[in-house]
Each structure stands twice: as structure tokens, then as C-alpha cells.
Write a protein that binds this ligand. Structure first.
Ligand SMILES: Nc1ncnc2c1ncn2[C@@H]1O[C@H](COP(=O)(O)OP(=O)(O)OP(=O)(O)O)[C@@H](O)[C@H]1O
Ligand SMILES: [Mg+2]
Length: 155
């Protein structure tokens, strides 16, 4: 577990960039934390680093939106989901995010705790908290067995 303090939206965007470099096809990233905590700002950073050209906003009319990527990590598609408006676990299960990411995609899941019974042990998790002033703290949990230097997260 590793905590990164992000004083500005630009810092939160940069944290997304950092995480993106560690992702491989098949990864699910669960983003948790209150309204306005920076989950979408972070997602735009991940998307930018994976070579998504279009603008990434909260998926408002659908629960999940695919974005085409361009990178040398073998990640062809970024699925950006927002479960805020889901009511029941089976709505989340119907999205089949775990299957969508197989082979060549990754998923970023805002309000991802709504699907906690589904993710299994092998997912990334970033817990966002609001700090006094404009700062946010982002606590990272890395899937077991990944060779990630979490000191690079806090830096
Ligand atoms: N340090 C910071 N990191 C991220 N966002 C910040 C920070 N300071 C201020 N902000 C502002 O907080 C807001 C964060 O909004 P964002 O949409 O990313 O939150 P969210 O967690 O996705 O919320 P929601 O749960 O509604 O989807 C933005 O308006 C952003 O400019
Ligand atoms: Mg959001």
C-alpha cells in the first residue's frame, strides 16, 4: 500500500500517467472515493498515457465507454466505466468488464466498489480521499505478484 498526495488536478493527472505505465492488457483498475475526489481527472491521465486521443469525460449516458488507445504496451482499448448510477450488483455484472478486458484491453472503474464482489483478488485499486484545501490523497493497492516499485507512486 502506498499513498500519494496530489496537491493539484495536474498532480492527480500525473498520478494517472504513472499508473498507466504499469498496466498490462487484462487489468482492471477500481477507483473509489467521494464525489469530486478526482477519479475522472486521474482517468484522463491514464488515458493520455495510453494514447487515447479523444476527450475522456465521465460516461454519462452509458455506464461504460470504450476508447481506442495507441501505445507499445499491447493495450488497444481502454474501457472507462462509472458505476455511480448502478443500483444492483447484477447491473455491474452485466457489463462483463472482466471479460471485456481479456486479451488487449484495460478497464478503469469509477465507483468501482459497487462491483467489489466481482473483481477477484487480481485488480488494482486507487482509493481517493479529500484532504483539507484542494489536495487529494491517492492510496494505491497493487495486484499480488506485480513487480511494481511503489516508491515511484509516492514520489
Ligand atoms: N488535487 C486535485 N486533484 C484532482 N482534482 C482536483 C484537485 N483539486 C481540485 N480538483 C478539482 O476537483 C474536481 C474533481 O473532479 P472529478 O470529476 O475528477 O471527480 P470524480 O472523483 O470523478 O467525481 P465523481 O464521483 O462525481 O465522478 C475537478 O473539478 C478538479 O478540478
Ligand atoms: Mg468521475
Amino acid at each position: 500500500m502506498s499513498v500519494r498526495r496530489c496537491a493539484t488536478p495536474a498532480d492527480t493527472f500525473a498520478a494517472g500517467h504513472r499508473l498507466a505505465g504499469w498496466l498490462v492488457a487484462g487489468d482492471v483498475v477500481v477507483l473509489t472515493g467521494p464525489l469530486g475526489a478526482g477519479k475522472t481527472v486521474f482517468s484522463t491521465g491514464v488515458a493520455s498515457a495510453l494514447g487515447v486521443r479523444e476527450r475522456v469525460t465521465s460516461p454519462t449516458f452509458t455506464l461504460v465507454r470504450p476508447h481506442r488507445c495507441a501505445n507499445d504496451q499491447g493495450i488497444v482499448t481502454l474501457y472507462h466505466a462509472d458505476l455511480y448510477r448502478t443500483q444492483r450488483l447484477d447491473e455491474v455484472a452485466d457489463l462483463a468488464l472482466g471479460e471485456l478486458v481479456e486479451e488487449s484491453a484495460v478497464a478503469l472503474v469509477e465507483w468501482g466498489e459497487r462491483g467489489d464482489a466481482l473483481w477477484g483478488p487480481e485488480h488494482w485499486r486507487v482509493r481517493f480521499s479529500l484532504a483539507p484545501d484542494e489536495a487529494r490523497t491517492l492510496e494505491l493497492a497493487v495486484p499480488a505478484g506485480r513487480a511494481v516499485d511503489v516508491a515511484e507512486w509516492a514520489a
